[in-house]
Design a protein around this ligand. Structure first.
Ligand code: ADP
Length: 371
């Protein structure tokens, strides 16, 4: 049986249908001219690339990419070898557009042209995969935490005893054991937090009270080295959530922001916590369909920004740039925000990083926080 695309005998009708199909395809697709500039973009590509498309139609793709990037290598390979070059999890960082990760296929077309298709993983499926991975970490975490904590307590106690009778030269060594055991204990506690499968008791929570508590905790740990400011919306309704878990979420985000601000090293580090109401903000919550999450908390810092190569895996476990970091803080934040039916968005550039956390509000619209 001939392939469907040859069924239509009328060439102009066929061309019109091909063009309509190209335009309506859900995957962003671009057709490149022989000099590697964008000739045609479908609607999905226009939405994905936005302003950057104008640049891509004027300048060859390779001039807008870092030469060592995987995207540039794949494009050059497709050009050299013809046929189809396909690769998954490629970082797409085109000058002037926010970077993202996609599976990419370049296919040579007649006339020296090239079709590029970008299969972008939806945030929903990425989150689903992350929560699957977390569930297995959770099971392992429960068992490991239990097995590790007991001997740790013994090691710590023994090291403290050794310290008491140690010579001055050996005392710091005993202290190293105590400190490192404490670090392992903190790691185990964090891994254990993933195993916490208690059903969250969601009730109306005054988010400003949560944020004040977090701010006091983080500010006192830093001893005044970072300035804190707030910009609260006083008319904000109550959030719907578990107060302890909300403290945990914001503690991790605000602590990261303060540590980033501190990294400036010029004494001008600043963290601002702002709240607001974003009407119409909705989150897709698995099988429960769309849910409203209009309460927004923004945690802003003037630190160096999240490194570009880290952005797409920031919420994965064990991703850290800190010497003593564990890379579990944001993984836990993602899990807890997800279980609240909320959403996290990140904007970051050197000198300005903002974590936006969107949360649902308590069903009783009259439950405004006491001022
Ligand atoms: P940890 O704090 O133990 O490293 P997290 O999961 O909390 O673990 O954070 C992971 C990484 O994300 C950090 O090591 C840091 O590189 C980056 N990060 C998080 N928040 C910020 C921020 N506000 N500015 C810059 N980088 C950040």
């Amino acid at each position: 049986m001939p392939p469907t695309r040859t069924v239509l005998q009328d060439a102009s009708e066929r061309d019109a249908l091909n063009a309509a199909a190209f335009d309506a395809a859900p995957w962003p697709s671009l057709v490149f001219s022989p000099d590697a500039k964008v000739l045609v973009a479908n609607e999905a590509a226009e939405m994905l690339f936005g302003q950057a498309l104008a640049g891509l139609s004027r300048r060859p793709l390779l001039s807008m990419l870092s030469p060592e990037s995987e995207l540039a290598t794949l494009f050059a390979q497709a050009w050299r070898e013809g046929g189809v070059a396909r690769r998954s999890a490629v970082e797409v960082a085109i000058l002037g557009a926010p970077s993202f990760e996609a599976e990419i296929a370049f296919a040579a077309l007649p006339g020296g042209r090239m079709l590029g298709t970008f299969y972008v993983e939806s945030q929903g499926s990425r989150l689903e995969r992350a929560s699957e991975a977390l569930r297995s970490v959770a099971g392992m975490g429960r068992t490991l935490a239990h097995e590790i904590k007991n001997p740790l307590a013994g090691i710590r106690g023994a090291a403290q005893l050794l310290k008491l009778g140690a010579s001055p030269a050996d005392t710091p060594l005993a202290q190293v054991i105590v400190d490192e055991v404490d670090r392992i204990r903190r790691l185990v506690d964090q891994v254990e937090a993933f195993s916490d499968e208690r059903v969250t008791a969601k009730r109306a929570v005054n988010i400003h009270r949560v944020l004040d508590r977090v701010r006091t905790l983080v500010a006192s740990a830093l001893g005044g080295e970072v300035q804190f400011a707030d910009a609260y919306d006083p008319s904000l309704p109550m959030a719907l959530g578990d107060e302890d878990q909300l403290v945990q979420i914001f503690l991790n985000v605000v602590k990261n922001a303060a540590e980033a601000a501190l990294e400036r090293g010029d004494g001008r580090g600043e963290v601002t916590i702002a709240t607001g109401y974003r009407p119409g903000a909705r989150v897709q919550a698995g099988r429960q369909g769309w849910r409203n999450a209009p309460l927004e908390v923004r945690v802003l810092d003037n630190g160096p920004g999240v490194p570009a190569d880290l952005r797409h895996r920031l919420f994965d476990a064990f991703v850290t740039t800190k010497d003593r970091g564990m890379g579990l803080g944001l993984t836990l934040v993602a899990k807890l925000v997800d279980s609240h039916g909320g959403l996290i968005e990140l904007e970051s550039e050197p000198g300005r990083t903002v974590f936006h956390i969107l949360l649902p509000i308590a069903p009783d619209a009259m439950s405004y926080p006491e001022s």
